[in-house]
Design a protein around this ligand. Structure first.
Ligand code: ADP
Length: 269
């Protein structure tokens, strides 16, 4: 009964706002129907998480999200026995919970997880679709509605942090990038609750800053940061200050680069 209630908080009641950029909704739907696990590739803050939320809502599945990090163990994902008073009580981990309830399970930034943790997901991501819960000596079979999704940012790729072929070749991969100009303007206007002309200025700044990629800037400014700038403007902060704290300062510590980005801001606004 505990798990019955535990899953309830993962159900999305309201439609998450998502503007499609290409045919990602059709692709994901086909993968879901074919019971294929999906990998979303792309830079941070470009809409991957929002897309998964939207798809979970479309399919009326609970969404269980796990932010991966290097200490994430197989036990964290599957579950553990915990001492409660005199008793030891089993607590499902997020993956077990998702499998049991035919949820959508989203592992965010999967490269951050340890390799031995990732091995655990292998039997779930091929046609066996099973999750061995060793501590309980049971093997759970994923129901048809269960969907496995991971996200991955190839920009951070290094020899140490790369997905092994044996893991990556278990997924179909949908590539994400920053949305095209007009779509990003609509997103920033909607999410930041600003008028279209303010959103246009912010997206123009975003596009110019993205051109600095490869010139010392590791990654361009995300849609998320443009939305933050819009929200600050909406809250009464001057556009230049909003861009300084939401765009210039977060993306680099390099003073020269910060100056170049600040110049972009002042020429556009
Ligand atoms: P990621 O998971 O790729 O790091 P998010 O999905 O969290 O990024 O996106 C960051 C923010 O950008 C979202 O909260 C949302 O406000 C906005 N966003 C980005 N792309 C879209 C889109 N296509 N439709 C609606 N909102 C979007």
């Amino acid at each position: 009964m505990l798990t019955e209630r535990a899953i309830e908080k993962y159900i999305l009641e309201k439609e998450p706002y998502y503007l499609p950029v290409g045919n990602e909704i059709e692709l994901f739907t086909a993968a879901y129907q074919a019971k294929l696990p999906v990998m979303l590739k792309g830079p941070t803050g470009c809409g991957k998480t929002r897309f998964v939320e939207h798809m979970a809502w479309r399919f009326k599945r609970p969404l269980v999200t796990v932010a991966c990090h290097e200490d994430l163990s197989a036990t964290d994902l599957v579950g553990r026995y915990l001492l409660e008073g005199e008793e030891t009580v089993w607590h499902d981990g997020p993956l077990t919970l998702a499998v049991k309830h035919g949820a959508m399970c989203y592992l965010d930034e999967v490269v951050e997880a340890r390799k031995d943790t990732l091995v655990l997901i292998h039997p779930l991501t091929d046609d066996r679709r099973i999750l061995p819960v060793e501590k309980r000596r049971v093997v759970l079979e994923a129901p048809d509605e269960f969907q496995f999704v991971i996200s991955y940012n190839p920009g951070y790729q290094s020899v140490l942090k790369d997905l092994k072929q044996s893991t990556r070749q278990r997924f179909v991969a949908i590539e994400f990038d920053y949305p095209p100009f007009d779509i990003e303007v609509a997103i920033v206007a909607h999410e930041g609750q600003v008028d279209e002309s303010t959103a246009r200025d912010l997206v123009t700044i975003g596009q110019k800053v993205r051109n600095l990629r490869g010139h010392g800037l590791e990654e361009g400014v995300s849609t998320r940061l443009l939305v933050y700038a819009a929200q600050l403007i909406r809250g009464g902060i001057s556009p230049v200050s909003a861009c300084t704290v939401a765009i210039v300062n977060p993306i680099t510590d390099d003073r020269d680069l910060q100056r170049s980005i600040q110049e972009i801001v002042t020429t556009v606004i």
